[in-house]
Design a protein around this ligand. Structure first.
Ligand SMILES: Nc1nc2c(ncn2[C@@H]2O[C@H](COP(=O)(O)OP(=O)(O)O)[C@@H](O)[C@H]2O)c(=O)[nH]1
Ligand SMILES: Nc1ncnc2c1ncn2[C@@H]1O[C@H](COP(=O)(O)OP(=O)(O)O)[C@@H](O)[C@H]1O
Length: 202
């Protein structure tokens, strides 16, 4: 009998704004409902169609800073004038229960997770080109031109961090990108260190 994993796997996904992280994550979660997606806290205003507690927990700057003060975040960062952070308590509960947890976070937060959780898997997603990234940001129709320009500038900075990630996925076709991430997760789950409980006589 295959026993349940003792501890869940932490999966960190980063990539420039508009590359398609949310889209690929939705596809991935539709196939892998056993993975828990970590809903971050943010001070950013909700976009049309975004729901509190589903896409993000939307809070005020004062509430967020109170949470920082009480040490409630695994990591947090400032990104284009807003705070974003990952709740420590929820993540810890899920991992301890043997559930894999997926974080969609930017590069500064990922660097903090790398220090605190060296066993996490780090995946970076890029678009086929910057031109396509710009097209996606415009087609999403959620941000005005100055915000889009800021996010495109940020993308070029974020690319400098790619070599710190374990895996690189190109989001050309959503289903292919999701399938590659699923393959990465299958391979990671087969690591000897997670499977020693299956070995008899050791
Ligand atoms: N460090 C950190 N980054 C986050 C967190 N949640 C979201 N982000 C990142 O914040 C950035 C901006 O997110 P958002 O405003 O939703 O824009 P989008 O990426 O264009 O959808 C993205 O790079 C996200 O990966 C978090 O909890 N911590
Ligand atoms: N592979 C893809 N090809 C074309 N458009 C895509 C692809 N992936 C995502 N998109 C579109 O690009 C825009 C940004 O995607 P989104 O998932 O919001 O990105 P992110 O979460 O990385 O900011 C959306 O309009 C989405 O429908």
């Amino acid at each position: 009998m295959i026993r349940k994993k003792q501890r869940g796997q932490l999966i960190v996904l980063s990539g420039p704004s508009g590359v398609g992280k949310s889209t690929v994550i939705s596809e991935l979660l539709s196939e892998r409902s056993d993975i828990y997606f970590s809903v971050s806290f943010t001070t950013r205003k909700p976009r049309v169609g975004e729901e509190d507690g589903v896409n993000y927990c939307f809070v005020s700057k004062e509430t967020f800073e109170g949470m920082i003060g009480r040490g409630e975040f695994l990591e947090y960062a400032q990104y284009v004038d807003n705070y974003y952070g990952t709740s420590l308590r929820v993540i810890e509960e899920k991992l301890a229960a043997g559930i894999d947890v997926l974080l969609d976070i930017e590069v500064q937060g990922a660097a903090k997770v790398r220090d605190k959780c060296p066993d996490a898997v780090f995946i970076f997603i890029i678009p086929p080109s910057f031109e396509e990234l710009s097209r996606r940001l415009h087609s999403r129709n959620t941000d005005d031109e100055s915000v889009i320009e800021g996010r495109l500038r940020k993308a070029r900075e974020e690319y400098k961090e790619i070599s710190h990630y374990d895996y690189l996925v190109v989001n050309d076709k959503v289903s292919d990108a999701a399938a590659e991430i699923m393959s990465i997760l299958v391979a990671e789950g087969c690591r000897t260190k997670y499977r020693m409980n299956l070995v008899e006589g050791v």
